[in-house]
Write a protein that binds this ligand. Structure first.
Ligand SMILES: C[S@@+](CC[C@H](N)C(=O)[O-])C[C@H]1O[C@@H](n2cnc3c(N)ncnc32)[C@H](O)[C@@H]1O
Length: 190
């Protein structure tokens, strides 16, 4: 996930992000290098802060404060509506209960705030999707809870967010089982 194509996609999706920002599932901090200086503070929630030294090294040159909480997206430790942006990259595949987590995203977004997502998920090709279903139990074990077959746009809509932009594409040089991408933006509906 540190390959150049992954970095290019991270860089692109983070270009508009500014103000108070929340990242779901920061992992090892691979997005950190790509945030713009217009971010005023970055908050992150992850239940498994496995490589704190790596995150610390990747945050040395940040132009804004980084606040990391050990917690889950399903129960975000924030008041209502503090964030201009919530970002999720390659995380909705792993969150155990994605719809409650996305309802939390909706709760913490300011009016007019945006949820940006860059995720792999269920293929539109029925044969590929059938293989994703077949192999999902194995992926769950070897991929630390990762699911191959989630229809990301449907989960976002189920949580009451309104998708304003959705790009579907297949990542180059990534097996289609894990390379069918959902990239886009959503706002709190209603
Ligand atoms: C495949 S990694 C992606 C990491 C990072 N987002 C990236 O783009 O490199 C999935 C991340 O989701 C985190 N995660 C798992 N369950 C979660 C939950 N309930 N809430 C928030 N993050 C979670 C994992 O700990 C892990 O850091």
């Amino acid at each position: 996930m540190a390959r150049e194509e992954f970095h290019r996609l991270r860089r692109e999706i983070l270009i508009p992000v500014h103000g108070e920002v929340l990242e779901l599932g920061i992992g090892t901090g691979l997005n950190l290098a790509h945030y713009q200086k217009t971010v005023t503070a970055l908050h992150a929630v992850d239940p498994a802060l496995l490589l704190p030294k790596t995150i610390a090294a990747r945050s040395v040159d940040l132009a804004f404060p980084l606040h990391i909480e050990r917690g889950t997206a399903e129960a975000l430790p924030y008041a209502d509506r503090p964030f201009d942006y919530v970002v999720s990259t390659w995380t909705l595949c792993t969150i155990p209960d994605p719809v409650p987590a996305l309802q939390e995203v909706r709760r913490v977004l300011k009016p007019g705030g945006r949820f940006l997502f860059l995720e792999h998920g269920r293929s539109d090709d029925r044969k590929i999707a059938a293989w994703q279903d077949r192999l999902n139990p194995i992926q769950n074990v070897i991929g630390c809870g990762c699911n191959l077959n989630r229809q990301i746009d449907r989960l976002i809509a189920q949580a009451g967010l309104h998708i304003t932009q959705l790009d579907r594409f297949t990542m180059k040089d990534v097996p289609r089982l894990g390379g069918e991408m959902y990239r886009g933006a959503a706002i709190g509906a209603g």
